[in-house]
Design a protein around this ligand. Sequence first.
Ligand code: NAG
Ligand code: NAG
Ligand code: NAG
Ligand code: NAG
Length: 413
Amino acid sequence: MYRITLLCVSLVVCANNYQNIPDYALRLEQQVVKYGYPIEVHQIITEDGYILAAYRIPHGLNKEVPENKNKSVVLIAHGLGGSPHNFLVLGKKRAVPYYFADQGMDVWLFSGRGSDIPFKKSHVKLDWNKDSAFWLHSFHELGIYDLAATIDFILKCTGQKKVTLIGHSAGGAEFFALLSEKPEYNQKVKLAITWGSSAILRRVDYPFLVLGTHLGDFLRTVVKFLRMAQVMVPGAVKSTLIEIFLRKPPLWYKVVKYILNIIGSHNSVMMRDEYIPTILSNIPRVSTRELLHFMDNVHNGTFRKYDYGPKGNLKHYGQADPPHYNLSAVTAPIAFFDAEKDGFLSIEDIYECIQKLPNAVHIYKVPFRKFTHTDYIFGYNATELVYEPTYQMIKRIDSGIIPPRVEVPPGYH
Ligand SMILES: *[C@@H]1O[C@H](CO)[C@@H](O)[C@H](O)[C@H]1NC(C)=O
Ligand SMILES: *[C@@H]1O[C@H](CO)[C@@H](O)[C@H](O)[C@H]1NC(C)=O
Ligand SMILES: *[C@@H]1O[C@H](CO)[C@@H](O)[C@H](O)[C@H]1NC(C)=O
Ligand SMILES: *[C@@H]1O[C@H](CO)[C@@H](O)[C@H](O)[C@H]1NC(C)=O
């Protein structure tokens, strides 16, 4: 299959020789073609020199029909410590990119700096292994540079005027940073949907993060002392983990599931054992600045810029405290997904956030009491519980129905 028609098509993967290879051994584009879907891999260079990939699944399985020039374009952004690979774990028809493509959407997967390196270089000058400067970023830069460049690229490539954004976890924080810092991007967004995310995260119930928030200054000092710009699991450790895992399943399944449950904040009742090797094969690196930025926001109960400490703040912002992001500038319609067992996000945080937003249009409660933060990506039933209602929401807006602003229920302050 070759379709090198558009200028923006960088690489179209063909051939189908991956049938017998397990997903964890395959690159993202190989996984996609294994299931019979088309994929394009695009290269994007941001204004600050990062080289990113954007993955496009332009149509679903049964679409040999003439190209529809008016497709709904969806860009899906991963969270902190996540990568575009996360969204493929549920496999054929069930994983969100496949589900949306089968519904007739033009699906793009966002790949922020440092999350996934499919090209030889990941920055025009910096080396992600050697230069700690590569890692000096948080959801702020992922939003204002990476997301901005990816949106512009998609609009140019598809000829559409607007894109729908979906962000899991920190992916949502990236929208809020972009749409408040560069308000002109609100015009380019049809709807922004957050899964398990809000700009305000005051009430996080997440033991590790809460511990970290209390250690803020201490952690900052340790990180500075160790010159630790990133947290990573070396490739060799990853492959050893998978190997051990495949040889001694019962115990290891338990250990890994336990770790994933900590990350997901509660036990998942819908993550299947067969997903684990694929999940393990893609543990990306994490920028320590992004961790510190989140912890500061949780601790302070606000959505504000990175805290460099009093002196650094004066230098960067001309004031001793980090400035707040201006959420009144976020005029694009915003929808929230909230789940009962998502320790990361509470409904009160959503209420506090929508009071600051001029155009919050939806709060969708996932109709299953045990749904967790990681179930959005690794929960078998996410297809019906989350992807389908997300699709319906997008379809309604596509058909021109503009939902009214949601209000905070009476009694809440
Ligand atoms: C948030 O930070 C500001 C200034 O940095 C401080 O005045 C305020 O007390 C902090 N709020 C909380 C809840 O810690
Ligand atoms: C925040 O954004 C709103 C809406 O664009 C604008 O009216 C207001 O002046 C902004 N506030 C600041 C402090 O920039
Ligand atoms: C998840 O899907 C399985 C298989 O279809 C079904 O048996 C189970 O009841 C579903 N669980 C939820 C919470 O929807
Ligand atoms: C394309 O979609 C827009 C809404 O997104 C709609 O108003 C328009 O009628 C559609 N055009 C065609 C040719 O389907």
